[in-house]
Design a protein around this ligand. Sequence first.
Ligand code: ADP
Ligand code: MG
Ligand code: ZN
Length: 542
Amino acid sequence: MFEKALPLLESYFGYQSFRKGQQQAIQSVLSGKNTICVMPTGGGKSICYQIPALIFPGTTIVISPLISLMKDQVDSLIQIGIPATYINSTLSYQETMERIHDAKQGRYKLLYIAPERLESYEFIEDLKWMDIPLVAVDEAHCISQWGHDFRPSYRHIQKMIQSLPQNPIVMALTATATPNVREDICSLLNIDMRNSVITGFERENLFFSVIKGQDRFRYLLDYVKKNNKESGIIYAATRKNVDILYERLKKENINVARYHAGMGDAERAQEQEKFLKDQASVMVATSAFGMGIDKSNIRYCIHLQLPKNMESYYQEAGRAGRDGLKSECIVLYSPQDVHIQRFLIEQSCDISRANQELKKLQSMVDYCHTESCLHEFILHYFGETETEPCGRCGNCTDTRTSINVTKEAQMVLSCIIRMGQRYGKSFTAQVLTGSKNKKVVELGFDKLSTYGIMRDKRAKEVSDLIDFFISQELIAVEHGTFPTLYVSPKGKEVLLGNQQVFRKETAQVNQVSIKDPLFEELRVVRKRIADTEKVPPFVIFS
Ligand code: ADP
Ligand code: MG
Ligand code: ZN
């Protein structure tokens, strides 16, 4: 059957060859095996079920959570001559009935349905009357509690498949490659893990970087202006942030669109359209925007705030550069975002799920603090083991020199041990910098030998150092009622002097602490310079 695949790819879709993984996925399905297909966003998953749908007799069912995109997807299939339709909540009762009727007559090669539809007993009964060779579950991570986008209605898919007398082949498709999500999908949809088609997650045209310690709005504005001819997405954490940023960019005469769940359907569709048709160059949005969006020329994707986990981050960032041209993916990191994300997680789920989510958030924070290759960090997170530094990300191209911070690490680590490995980051930083905070004194921590051992630094600097040591896995974080620090096996090696720690020189390390007499001196002189704006600072201090 497979010999039909390539001619179909050419005649319907106009492509000369299959992309990585497509052929293997199609072959697997054609040979009757339930298959999971894991490919990055933009990798070309749709073709993996559309071609088998053309080859098999009957109607392939496609389950997709993307109601807003179903119409577009179906329209473009019809346009290239493939009979397809969809059934979701946007249709009237009459339309739904007509389409079900036509589907039973075998008029479609593909029938797209929203998962909510499967809650209807009548609908399942209707399906039993159709010729269904294949059920494709798109965005299959939605079935897993481990995934970043769990949809309870996805859990009806298993029941539906089991109740179908046609015994269809099942194909799951997702861009989420974490091993536990993959396992979950396979066990829930009865797919043998050996029938996995996973293509490399390396996207060679993506340039990742993390920007820290800068005025984010300033940075964004400069960036967007510098790239004003290019198409880009800016993700913000909340609707309010989106609205504020939208207004600010508009004031700067930037052609901007916005998208979040608080807007009306019509307005959202209109804004999306503006962006897709290049009438707006920048899309400012919450993570509600973008699933399934197929716009190839997105040159950058900036996260104004920390994303909630690596899965969402990679999915969102991966929308840049689908045409294979160089594109940038930037996170503008500020430590206070961690508290916001933490709060959002704790508000929205029960304890055991919250702990899972907090662990994932921790990896996202580690991504922002690591000094090794960012691309490798991502690949490792998604379970790829044989990787090499990319040579192009913000960290690989960072030319600052590394300084030895082993001594600092030992100070922090031994203090954590002295404090009984039961406290969080900021409290530990307070003890290390010799704070007279009531709680420090009450607990007698001002008597510890490590009390004030880093008093030449500000608590914020120490806190930042601790984040870095966490990202280096010297310190582990336990997520209970509040996050507590403990020393990892690798941290013990550092304490024992068996391992050295290096860190890129940061601006903060060189900064003068408030307690330093030079601080006041600098303040006064700098003010004078600002007043006259004549004498460059290095002349005075050299
Ligand atoms: P995914 O669902 O994996 O995010 P899509 O199925 O939407 O990706 O495909 C992304 C883009 O890649 C689409 O524009 C599609 O037409 C294109 N594409 C898919 N397969 C091929 C191929 N073999 N050759 C060229 N382009 C392809
Ligand atoms: Mg897709
Ligand atoms: Zn790199």
